[in-house]
Design a protein around this ligand. Sequence first.
Ligand code: ADP
Length: 528
Amino acid sequence: MLKKDHRKPSNAVYGSKEDSRQSIPPADPNRARKDEISEAHSFRRRALAVLRSRDFYLFYILVSLFGICTLIYYFDELIDFADWEAVRHDFFYGVHDVQRLFFFAPIIYAGYVYRIKGAVIVTIAALITFLPRAIITSPFPDPVLRAVLFALVAGVIGVLTGMVRNEYERRSQLEALVRSERDRILRMLEDMEEGVFIVGPDYRIRFTNQSMAKNFGEGMGSYCYEYLHKFDSPCDEVCRLPKVMDGTTERWEYSFPDGRTFEVVASPFVDSDGAQCQLATFRNITQRKQVELELIELNQLKSELLSNVSHELRSPLTSIKGIVSSLLQEDIEWDSETRGMLLSGISEETDRLASLVTNLLNMSKIEAGVWKPEKERRNIADIINETLEQQKWVHKDQTFETDLEPGLPEVYADYNQMKQVLINLLENAVAYSEEGTKVTVRARPMDGEVEVSVSDQGVGIPPQDLEKLFDKFYRGTQQRHRPGGTGLGLAICQAVILAHGGRLWAESEIGRGSTFYFTLPVAQPGDK
Ligand code: ADP
């Protein structure tokens, strides 16, 4: 339980005036004195700081200059007054106008430091300084007029000095602003993904950003024609700099000899020194261009294919229709030999048609991703022999040979797809060879694979065609030997062999023949 303090009245108001007066200790006279001293010190310090500041020095100089000029002006009166005969000199007696000239110094100085206002105030002060002598002691007839005229001329010069200084400072501020703005723009350009460079009217490069340096190397200070094209002089007609300097924005595409293509946009740019320059951005569009070119090529190939396919479809149909119409003619009696010839003609044309339709169908299945191999353990020699039997029957004028190593291991492959590959290779071998020449199919085991090759003694393939043969719709320079081809046969072979985990390639010698090789992995114990 708290004890009640009986010494204090219960209705006492804490924090009341009396209370607070009681709580503050009585003022210490020594301390107050100390405060006064320290306040005086700090005032002195501040006053000294102001007096020592640069502004005050400038003011001292002005006052000193003015004082010296006044002293020179009134020196003769001073000598008279002080009677300093020893320092008496004629100059201080007669030439008041010349003595006044000294006042140019403080007036121009005030104009320079304190601008127009300063010049006016010091001019008025100078005029006031001239007046006592002009009014009281001057022996000349029009002393006030002379003093006023001088003050006017000196004042105008002082004011002009102030104006020039103002203008100069405004210009430097503007220049600093322009420079900082330029720096800001350049910092932004620095990080751009596109290459950026600024070229002056003298073709010298003033700026390149990181991306530009990465694409073309460091180029600051060099000539643009040297930097971009390794030329000794400007690029004559193709150079866009003069047009851009005239204020137009130019856009063009430029392909460099190394195969890179850039989209260039060049616009006028005023640099911080006021020079009209060109700011150009370089966007690397090599990939886009390549895709565009490939698309154009593909479109051309597709339209070629369409006309080839329609021709290919129509020509066997026309011959079949012709033969059938002949056979149906009732008034003609066909002997059995002719009838047989006509019927085998129909058969050949039907095979051609079937092969074409099969290739087209297979290609669209591959494109749609639905032509998946149904693999099983197979003897490759059997597939080769079966296919060759059919081909021998279709191409009776060709000589087919086989060279199959005995005991070939089984492969894990889709029977129909393998047959299609062999048919395409054999048909090409026949199509690009003269009648009666030899077509040989070989097979041998090779490090966990079986290598199969189809060789002919035909026209051969030029080296520049070898790389592209397996592209879709690509028809080599030898295509005239097989009018109406589609350029799909080898692309299908490639897709099938890759789907089996094998490789496909060709070797050839112009005029001596070609060999197409493919490999298939040997069936593993787990493969069924
Ligand atoms: P196509 O034969 O319908 O033109 P392919 O894809 O089968 O299409 O062949 C592509 C190109 O490869 C052919 O146009 C031809 O130039 C070339 N080629 C293919 N096989 C041979 C070969 N055995 N001899 C010479 N050139 C060939």
